[in-house]
Design a protein around this ligand. Structure first.
Ligand SMILES: Nc1ncnc2c1ncn2[C@@H]1O[C@H](COP(=O)(O)OP(=O)(O)OP(=O)(O)O)[C@@H](O)[C@H]1O
Length: 276
């Protein structure tokens, strides 16, 4: 295993080379300054997907199409198969039968165009923040990692160690690490579940902004129906391995994302809760 620790000189050079003034929510510099290729959201499709562990079926003949660029939220009770679904989409696990595709490509192993974020940030403690974001290395990794840190409002934290960061900041580093390769699909497995309410709202706004700027396809798992209604284009309820509800959040385009309140949002909230 390669263990790499960026030296202070490395980090200082990377920080000097980019704009460290950009902070969370600040306007982003022109695309030309970013060394990463422009991302393309990718379609996700599942056809007749079954996943069993031993004799126990967890996903039962699932059909699901997520159009490129859509923000889909998946809600459901514990044990309903949500994480299993994510693992099949990114190729961490294989379906027992049926087919999963990202774009036109059948998922037969780990998919480089899909990135998965968990509830815990899973940072490498022996790497500084910049090293964590660029952990996959490759040509130009420092510049790419720094651009991703700037995306998440942590441009000036690259030289710090993960243990000095707050939980929300660690999740932002994990998000930057996922974004560094400009994925077509971002899979979020309850990444906000362990955060306090204010940090969670910050992360909602950050996720929405980055999704708008990057244009990737998002699948967000959450137990929080309000979070699903607030952020997503569409909500799917997964119950005992089957889709119990599949609903567009705002088909008429009347509910501003992030401020979805009022009777229509409340009715949708109730409908989702009834299906969970
Ligand atoms: N590797 C595995 N081996 C055996 N059973 C598994 C495995 N992974 C998941 N399961 C089982 O599959 C079912 C669905 O698990 P999954 O983690 O997908 O649910 P979930 O909806 O994400 O739950 P939660 O909301 O609690 O995270 C559970 O009963 C779980 O015990």
């Amino acid at each position: 295993m390669e263990i790499f620790a960026a030296t202070d000189a490395d980090v200082a050079a990377a920080v000097r080379a980019t704009d460290i003034r950009a902070t969370f929510g600040a306007p982003q510099p022109p695309e030309a300054a970013d060394p990463r290729p422009r991302p393309q959201g990718e379609r996700i499709s599942l056809r007749g997907v079954v996943k069993s562990f031993g004799a126990r079926p967890v996903l039962r003949r699932l059909d699901l199409d997520v159009p490129a660029g859509q923000f889909l939220a998946v809600v459901g009770r514990s044990g309903g198969g949500k994480t299993t679904l994510m693992r099949l989409i990114c190729g961490l696990d294989a379906a027992t039968s049926g087919e999963v595709r990202i774009g036109e490509t059948p998922v037969t192993g780990l998919m480089p165009q899909a990135r998965l974020l968990f509830q815990d940030a899973r940072l490498a403690p022996w790497q500084r923040v910049l090293g964590n974001v660029g952990i996959a290395r490759g040509p130009g990794w420092r510049e790419k990692a720094h651009a991703a840190l700037r995306d998440v409002g942590l441009a000036d934290r690259g030289r710090e160690w993960p243990f000095v960061l707050s939980g929300g900041q660690r999740q932002r580093v994990a998000l930057a690490r996922a974004l560094v390769s400009r994925p077509g699909v971002l899979l979020l497995d309850e990444p906000f579940g362990a955060l306090d309410a204010l940090t969670r709202v910050e992360m909602h706004r950050l996720t929405e902004r980055i999704w708008t700027e990057h244009g990737f396809t998002v699948v967000l798992i959450t137990h929080d129906v309000a979070e699903a209604v607030s952020l997503a284009d569409r909500v799917v309820v997964l119950r005992q391995g089957e889709i119990a509800l599949d609903v567009q959040v705002d088909p008429a385009g009347e509910l501003p994302r992030g401020r979805r309140s009022g009777a229509a949002a409340a009715a949708l909230h109730e409908r989702i809760l009834a299906a969970v």
